[in-house]
Design a binder for this molecule. Structure first.
Ligand SMILES: Cc1cc2nc3c(=O)[nH]c(=O)nc-3n(C[C@H](O)[C@H](O)[C@H](O)COP(=O)(O)OP(=O)(O)OC[C@H]3O[C@@H](n4cnc5c(N)ncnc54)[C@H](O)[C@@H]3O)c2cc1C
Length: 419
């Protein structure tokens, strides 16, 4: 079968890999000159099934109002961008801010993320690719006792899903991340997730695309997709600025831009762009640097160690498709790395980046078939697309190949919004 994949972010390329391995002829189309040039380029680098947590949680609406009034806030809304789409998405997210939905959504995310982490292990055994990978876990760091006290709902799901974790006091946090000894008075405790991994998503996607090419996958870059063309129950072609493409099956992996194209063929997915920022910094003093990922729960910013660099990423901005680099938001990200790891880097050498998380209101991606027989989705991965990439790629490839999926598909398809 010939499969046309729309989008060459980490989700498009992961899908291409598994579809090519299943013996299909695969073509990938993207508007950029290389793969992973949009959201998959500069993310925080966490492969973190343990941290697979929906943003919509009990108490979040109240917290969000407080954040909006706070300096160095994890959340910002550009009020000029508040159109009916944005308000509708926010309403759906608020509707998920209850204990029952949180539990359901977290289980779905973790099911996929844990599976994906296993796929990473298998891939490393199969391919020798370098993406500055490390397997030293995530330390969720708490600066207040209130944060520690609120851990129960998360650890309950971790136990149910069989995910290893350790609740740590301040001293134990320093054993996991010795550089934090310089700021020990700021730490109340932490949650260590030893099964989590880290790595550079851009390097990974680029390397995997090369392996895809060895299997015959064709990448059509600098090609802007203009429409998906349907006739009755089927997609018949895709129109681009470089001509019309035909295939047997079509897979949409366009990240935050999936929504508009699908809307034009009457498929409504609640995927909305949530802007985030990152800094990439060279390590100046290794003894002051983290070993793995430290997730600062107060500011919702992750500090992740690559080989000889640190990636600091986070913050959420509701600003539609705006990609401006806002210096005020940069201050948030800079603050955390300087506050937790003073002396580790030289902030003046930072590379500043922004990307749009393709976010659903329930934080779970939209995977699998649609009302068109030959149109499939692999999008809406929000905060954890790098974490869920290989699992989602394999899952969708199995569905397209009409094989049984390795994990339970319950709640992962578009149908959950129409049930
Ligand atoms: C600040 C930040 C930190 C993050 N940290 C983490 C993390 O630590 N761990 C984690 O797991 N996830 C993280 N994420 C999320 C993760 O980066 C995303 O979920 C993931 O990259 C989404 O991949 P994608 O392939 O769906 O989208 P993209 O990478 O955006 O790929 C979509 C592709 O579609 C192409 N495209 C779009 N429209 C068109 C068109 N009309 N024609 C042709 N091509 C088109 C684009 O060029 C792009 O290449 C973070 C995100 C941000 C913003």
């Amino acid at each position: 079968m010939h499969i046309l994949i729309l989008g060459s972010g980490v989700l498009g390329v992961a899908s291409a890999w598994y579809l090519a391995k299943a013996g299909h002829q695969v073509t990938v189309i993207d508007r950029q000159s290389g793969v992973a040039e949009e959201t998959s380029r500069g993310n925080a680098g966490m492969i973190s099934p343990g941290y697979a947590t929906p943003w919509a949680a009990p108490g979040v609406p109240v917290k969000a109002v407080k954040w909006l009034m706070q300096d160095l806030a994890p959340l910002m809304i550009k009020y000029g961008e508040l159109d009916s789409n944005t308000l509708s998405w926010m309403g759906k997210m608020v509707a998920n801010c209850n204990a029952k939905s949180y539990h359901i959504n977290k289980e779905r995310m973790m099911r996929l993320a844990e599976y994906s982490r296993d796929c990473f292990k298998d891939l490393r055994n199969e391919l020798n690719i370098d993406y500055e990978q490390r397997q030293f876990g995530t330390l969720e760091l708490f600066r207040s006792q209130k944060q520690m006290d609120g851990l129960d709902k998360d650890t309950q799901v971790l136990r149910e899903c069989g995910v290893a974790y350790r609740q740590l006091n301040a001293q134990e946090c320093l054993e996991v991340e010795p550089a934090l000894a310089n700021v020990k008075d700021k730490i109340v405790g932490g949650l260590h997730l030893p099964g989590d991994e880290t790595g550079d998503c851009f390097k990974f996607t680029t390397a995997l695309a090369k392996e895809c090419e060895k299997l015959g996958v064709v990448f059509k870059m600098n090609t802007n997709i203009q429409s998906i063309n349907v006739c009755n129950d089927k997609v018949v072609s895709v129109t681009t600025d470089k001509g019309i493409y035909h295939a047997d099956n079509y897979l949409v992996a366009l990240g935050s831009y999936s929504t508009q194209l699908l809307n034009s063929i009457d498929i409504k997915i609640p995927v909305y762009p949530i802007k985030g920022y990152s800094l990439t910094l060279p390590i100046e003093d290794e003894s002051c640097a983290p070993i793995s990922t430290v997730m600062d729960e107060t500011y919702k910013i992750a500090v992740t160690r690559f080989k000889d660099r640190i990636r600091v990423g986070g913050t959420a901005e509701i600003a539609s498709y705006n990609l401006d680099l806002d210096e005020k938001r940069r201050a948030n990200v800079e603050y955390v790395v300087q506050d937790l790891f003073p002396g580790a880097t030289d902030i003046s050498k930072a590379e500043f980046w922004t990307g749009l998380r393709p976010m659903t209101p329930d934080s779970t991606p939209v995977l699998g078939g649609t009302k068109y027989d030959n149109l499939y989705l692999n999008t809406g991965h929000g905060t954890l697309g790098w974490t869920m990439s290989l699992g989602s790629g394999k899952f969708v490839a199995d569905i397209i190949s009409q094989r049984k999926t390795d994990i339970n598909p319950e709640g992962l398809s578009i149908d959950r919004y129409y049930a």
